[in-house]
Design a binder for this molecule. Sequence first.
Ligand SMILES: [Zn+2]
Length: 311
Amino acid sequence: FLAEYDALPGVGHACGHNIIAAAAVGAGVALARVLDRAGLDATVLVDGTPAEETSGGKLPMIDEGLYRDVDVALSMHPDTRDTAGGTCLAVKTLAFAFTGRAAHAAAEPEKGVNALDAVIQTYNNINALRQHTRPDVRIHGIITHGGQAPNIVPDYARAEFYVRSAHLDYHKEILEKVRNCARGAALATGARLEMTEEPAFEPIRENAVLCRLALEVMRAFGLDAEDWSGRCSMGSTDFGNVSQVVPAIAPTFKIAPLTVACHHKDFADAAASADGDAAVLVAAKVLAVMGARLVLEPDLLRAVRAEFVRK
Ligand SMILES: [Zn+2]
């Protein structure tokens, strides 16, 4: 059971990871107790997985081999719907730092190399690129450094972009085009470019057998769970990387009406509401029952594994 727990700057638990943490721990405690009582030999692991909103705490955990002996990874996410299945976008963070040369912006501008111009050119190049990508692509960025004062030619400027796509091959293609946007800006302005990149979050690898199991158990607990198989939510998560190395699913549980936006303060309020608490309990039960069935029904686990290999 994967327990995310990080919050967002300014808006707190507007992604509801407090609910994920409590539900995963609850599922772990419940399932371990059942397995002990039944005398079954299986290991329940509850992982606290930090930094889902930023660098992706699950990535080093995967690299360290934490999931090597794991049969199935289960998690959940609070949402405005009850769903199981579906995938999401791969995302990679690219940072472009440009170094130019400072000069008096009025008296001797010809002696300067304007790093801010290089950032603006990069931004505009990416805006042009955005018109000619497939619809699953999302590129969005900010300028983190833009100079010191209007009368000094900026000798340092920096921008940061998230680049997303639903398909890993196409993601690689778009990433190279985005890099070229910055390279072209460096060439045009004469500023020196330094690129840094974070490891990519990968799309969720769907598992139809786990999806059917999740829907069945959620409905048994009275939830009106929708099958989101084949659909792509436009966000990204390091849970996607876990799903690439081990069969995994994270159904969503409704805590707020459809009008409430995730990453908004209203969602943080919902995550601390009675509906939020109810979602913790039902999600813990659903995940625990899914875990119990995967232990008790070897054919089910085999089918999950076969589906993982097939995909
Ligand atoms: Zn979030």
